[in-house]
Design a protein. Structure first.
Lengths: 116, 242, 109
């Protein structure tokens, strides 16, 4: 197979960047929905409870795990970037990117285990 | 010539600023053969109209960089063995720069940004002053030394997706140069260096994708230099705020 | 992106590090045995701590998200500066407003 014109992207730190961007965008789009549902507690508590019952569906729980993964990977990846930019240089950026992704999988796995 | 083990397929981008397409050539394989050798063979044996740029052929001048199978490379020091994929080479002009003709990219934006990032010498003393004494093992000099081997080949500039997505972004090479100047004791106004890299296209646009440091043929680390600029600009801004 | 947006982005990120760790902990703890409005409200209502915690969180995430959205729109869709500033302020203010409503809904007595 001939690598396409985007061959320059095929390395761990570029994928870390892509994951940080996709997770950030997804979280930003989720945020207004999240706020809206919580504010139902003020106006229509019965609708909030109806919504929370909906979250008992396994597929929804799985989607929630996805959100937990996005939040934790954006957190850990963001810490890696802050350390890279503000503290003395570490040459082990690929390792730290892998640790961030692995840590996020661990956190979201813990969430799912508690959810079921 | 048929495409056998003794030959390889080479797709070369032909065109100009208005567009172009890949033209296929079959080129003999040699044991020791660089990508620049391949391009030269095509120009000498198949199509004398093929335009490309090179000078020193030993990795010093920085003029022969091209996209090879999607990745920017200095072609004179890139062996075909290392990059051949499915017995095929795809050779194109450097990414993120306007093509002039065939494999020749217009380097003007790259060098314009080099100047915009403060890439010129603003001396702190005149010829009548004594030369400043800088110890080779001075910590700041060591930081400046890390980046001085840049040959302006623009491989990092072509590798960077932030450059691709943001036409104002100064790019890895120019910002790395600014970091060198910032750490050079002979530079008069380091505040001006920081100001030049703090604007709309400045160092703060960098997303630390690291392609610059991965593909730099001289194994320099522009990502680290840009991180240094980010920290230095923050420190400067906080000091000024007080 | 310029230095002021960059610093606001990084400062809001630093503020959120302990907040997100706390939020993740609360989520993993609270999901056990299912969620109900009564359970959430009994934990948070009338609590000055959770009001401060999530109040600060809403401000920081609105700043951080608005600047992030501006950067993505700039690089992906190449909007001009006026459109970029409009979406940044629009999203940021909407997020602070909706977030303030959510926080007051779950922490106010």
């Amino acid at each position: 197979m001939i690598k396409g014109i985007k061959g320059h992207r095929n390395h761990p730190l570029w994928y870390a960047y892509a994951l940080h961007r996709v997770s950030g965008l997804a979280l930003v789009l989720f945020l207004p929905l999240h706020f809206y549902v919580l504010s139902l507690a003020l106006t229509q508590p019965q609708r909030l409870d109806a919504f929370l019952h909906w979250t008992e569906i396994p597929a929804v729980k799985f989607a929630e795990m996805g959100l937990v993964f996005l939040l934790s990977v954006h957190l850990l990846g963001g810490i890696r970037l802050l350390v890279l930019e503000l503290l003395p240089w570490s040459p082990r950026q690929k390792t730290w990117a892998a640790v961030a992704a692995g840590g996020a999988l661990f956190v979201s796995g813990a969430f799912l285990l508690n959810a079921v | 010539m048929a495409n056998t083990n003794d030959t390889m397929t080479v797709k070369v981008w032909r065109g100009d600023k208005n567009g172009g397409a890949y033209q296929q050539f079959v080129v003999p394989r040699q044991d020791n053969q660089t990508v620049l050798d391949v391009v030269s063979w095509i120009q000498q044996n198949q199509d004398p109209n093929l335009s490309y740029r090179f000078a020193c052929r030993v990795g010093m001048c920085g003029s022969c960089a091209m996209m090879v199978n999607g990745t920017p490379r200095w072609t004179c020091r890139t062996h075909v063995n290392k990059v051949l994929d499915a017995n095929t080479l795809v050779v194109a002009p450097l990414r993120n720069l306007p093509p002039i003709k065939d494999l020749v990219a217009d380097m003007d934006p790259f060098f314009d940004k080099w100047i915009d990032a403060g890439g010129h010498h603003d001396p702190s003393a005149s010829r009548y002053d004594a030369m400043p004494q800088i110890a080779p093992d001075d910590a700041q000099r060591a930081v400046a030394n890390e980046s001085i081997e840049c040959i302006n080949c623009a491989v990092c500039y072509a590798a960077c997706d932030t450059v691709a997505h943001n036409e104002n972004y100064l790019g890895p090479a120019a910002l790395q140069r600014a970091w060198t100047l910032y750490n050079d004791e002979k530079v008069n106004d380091t505040d001006a260096v920081l100001a030049a890299v703090s604007g709309k296209g400045g160092c703060h646009n960098c997303h630390s994708q690291g392609s610059c440091s991965l593909y730099c043929p001289n194994e320099l680390n522009p990502m680290r230099a840009i991180a240094g600029l980010k920290a230095a600009t923050i420190k400067h801004q906080l000091k000024r705020g007080r | 992106m310029n230095i002021r947006l960059y610093m606001a982005q990084r400062l809001s990120a630093i503020i959120m590090i302990p907040l997100v760790f706390g939020h993740l902990g609360v989520m993993i703890y609270a999901i056990q045995g299912g969620l109900s409005a009564g359970e959430i409200l009994s934990r948070t209502q009338g609590s000055v701590f959770w009001f401060m915690f999530y109040g600060l969180f809403v401000i920081a995430v609105s700043v951080h998200g608005a600047i992030g959205l501006r950067t993505i729109m700039s690089e992906l869709l190449r909007w001009n500066d006026i459109a970029l500033d409009a979406i940044m302020w629009g999203f940021g203010l909407l997020s602070i407003f909706m977030g303030a409503r959510a926080v007051s809904a779950v922490t106010w007595l």
